[in-house]
Design a protein around this ligand. Sequence first.
Ligand code: SAM
Ligand code: SF4
Length: 456
Amino acid sequence: MDNFIPDSRIHELMERKPDPSRVREILQKSRRLERLTMEETAELLAVTDPELLQAIFEAAKSVKEDIYGSRLVLFAPLYISNLCKNDCTYCAFRVSNKGVKRRALSMDEIRAEAEFLLKTGQKRALLISGEAYPRDGLDYVLDAIATVYSARDGKNTIRRLNVNIAPLEVEDFARLKEAEIGTYQIFQETYHEPTYHELHTFGPKADYLYRLSAIDRAFQGGLDDVGVGILFGLYDYRYEVLALMAHIEHLEKYFGMGPHTISVPRLEPAEGAPVAARPPYPVSDEDFKKIIAVLRLAVPYTGLILSTRETPEIRAASFDLGVSQISAGSRTNPGGYSEDGSCEQFSLGDHRSLDEVVRDICAHGYLPSFCTSCYRLGRTGLDFMEYAKPGAIKEKCLPNALFTFEEYLIDYASEETKEIGRALMERKLADVPEAIRIAVNANLAKIRDGQRDLFM
Ligand code: SAM
Ligand code: SF4
């Protein structure tokens, strides 16, 4: 496959000076929930004027409210192995970092990690691994997926397991699909090819095009729920966002759909990883907020994911700008939940427990959600895009958020969180459309009676 990232066109677009009346027209288009072109996205990214920036932030907030309502979906990463044959210069797991104690969890250890997450109240996890497995091929990962799904805490299970592992061949993507994963995620890290080659000099990941074409192969293997991402700090953020738009346009052209989610990790310090200590293109907090808001406007129907790499302050600001999913209570080392010790992949900006994060989300007026219903009712890929029209998602997302939050409050919340959570539930119940209010209240009553995993 050829490189479909239009390098010189992107450089031209980066030279643009924003025209305020054009920016306002683009914001109007976004408020109609229409996807933006690369050119329009470039115009927004070029904005530095505080008043125009504020207009971008307000438009992003309105788009987010129209599509996602006030729910915020929670998950936690689950690292199964830090074995890796690549040498990404920003990552602690790189093969040349001899200071790392290498470890691939056994199935019993993976079950223990999943049970730990369940006991804190998580229902969604993201399985993560370095690119080297203790057994050949994908078998180890597939066993790990089955093990996570088999973990129990009373009636509760991990209901959706997303996966972030190295790119695969089409046949192996088909096997991942059979294992009933949620989203397959892969981050390009940087779309700028010369920078990519500088930072990935060794191992299979050194092949830029093999990574760039991974989502194509995932679609060909039958997966229809994929996530992309950029590791911000490696190259100019404007280049990266525009290249991401080109990637999405490519996927839409050939497969009729884009990614389900976009992750926006920023480079964090990591042991034995010099590039992480001094990011070549550091992204300021102000620019980071602009990136989130512009992405929200450019691809209104694509979920935006923020991890615990960020501080509680940035995370709280991002809720209003368009982030729809966040991780919480995370550890980034294999075995990190059951025990401490082995090296983290990178340092975290948010060390709070899930309960503390949930409380903070409530305090900001957002509704914590552990919902997994879309994927279990087959509302993924094109079906999800068709379905995610304004109002429709709110009619499902809001009730499902209420059901899963009710479960959390009963089973896992601290007294302090119960108090603020109950008050929030009362307020959010008032937003449930009249037509479904009786059904929603009936389900909530069943949950209080001990039933679990109800959704619509
Ligand atoms: N090993 C696989 C890969 O590289 O695609 C999958 C998992 S890797 C552990 C997950 C992601 O962590 C990478 O795609 C990269 O974006 C991110 N990452 C690596 N080092 C980081 C750092 N120092 N700060 C923030 N994120 C980092
Ligand atoms: Fe390995 Fe992934 Fe880290 Fe690169 S980012 S060294 S591939 S774990």
